[in-house]
Design a protein around this ligand. Structure first.
Ligand SMILES: Nc1ncnc2c1ncn2[C@@H]1O[C@H](COP(=O)(O)OP(=O)(O)OP(=O)(O)O)[C@@H](O)[C@H]1O
Ligand SMILES: [Mg+2]
Length: 256
């Protein structure tokens, strides 16, 4: 009998509460989520609904109060280091050059020899930041800083990447450029990605599937398959089907 491939990531019944001043605050409630190999999945939801908490639980930076997290069909006790996580703030170190910032994740796992530096420089070319490799983060635009932070995450070469609102702080124009750029990078490197965003259009443009979370405590209120052809370009934003998806997501977000 041929067994179907297990999902790259499967969350079942994930709940999370925080204890503050002897009180219990439920933040996530019974989340079920599935991502298959190579998929691009987005999670959208109102501010404070638990999106970052969800990513931290997946990455192993925090643990859910209940529920299971399976990677390739296995529940793994310590996921830390197995999953790439790009936090909401770029967290570039101001005293390190762009290249040394990009190398940080590799250094942590002892891969900082010359061959890895050469590989990082090659990737910087693809990311359009090679000419800035000896500059310091202060001298970069917001979009470039995000590219460095993303490269740092990608260089460690994990199979699953979690991106927490990577473009949240960028102006609309740069954001659009970065979305197109991310689409190219994703189709080139064929990684499995979970993206957190507030932006409905960003979620549709980039994703195969979008999960909508409710207000706190975050529950999945909609799972939407984005059946739009790939490769996608920015022009798809005016496609009638794109507008239908947008309406569906906005209606879900507005529902109490
Ligand atoms: N370590 C913690 N201790 C107590 N409460 C926490 C902790 N971390 C997060 N929270 C609370 O959990 C809730 C969800 O936070 P989280 O950062 O996951 O939201 P979010 O959906 O990512 O919000 P945003 O869109 O603004 O980034 C918030 O009310 C927050 O105050
Ligand atoms: Mg957040």
């Amino acid at each position: 009998m041929i067994m179907p491939n297990p999902a790259k990531l499967r969350l079942t019944g994930i709940s999370k509460s925080f204890h503050v001043d002897n009180q219990i605050f439920p933040v996530l409630e019974n989340i079920a989520l599935e991502v298959t190999e190579g998929q691009f999945v987005s999670v959208i939801g109102p501010s404070g609904c638990g999106k970052t908490t969800l990513l931290k639980c997946i990455a192993g930076l925090d643990e859910p109060t209940s529920g299971t997290i399976e990677l390739d069909g296995n529940v793994i006790g310590s996921r830390l280091g197995l999953i790439g996580f790009m936090p909401q703030k770029d967290l570039l170190l101001p005293w390190r050059t762009v290249l040394d910032n990009a190398m940080l994740g590799l250094e942590v796992i002892g891969r900082d020899g010359d061959q890895y530096r050469q590989q990082a420089i090659k990737m910087m070319d693809i990311f359009g930041i090679k000419e800035f490799k000896n500059r310091y983060p202060d001298a970069l635009s917001g979009g470039m800083r995000q590219r460095v932070a993303f490269l740092r995450t990608l260089l460690v070469d994990q199979q699953l990447f979690l991106l927490d609102e990577p473009f949240g702080a960028l102006d609309a124009f740069t954001r659009g450029q970065m979305q197109e750029w991310l689409l190219t990078i994703w189709s080139t490197f064929k990684k499995t990605v979970i993206l957190i965003t507030h932006d409905v259009e960003e979620a549709i443009l980039l994703s195969d599937k979008v999960y909508v979370l409710s207000h706190t405590p975050g529950r999945v209120i909609l799972e939407l398959d984005v059946k739009l052809d790939r490769p996608r370009e920015y022009g798809v934003l005016t496609d009638p089907q794109f507008i239908d998806f947008k309406k569906t997501l906005i209606d879900a977000l507005r529902a109490k």
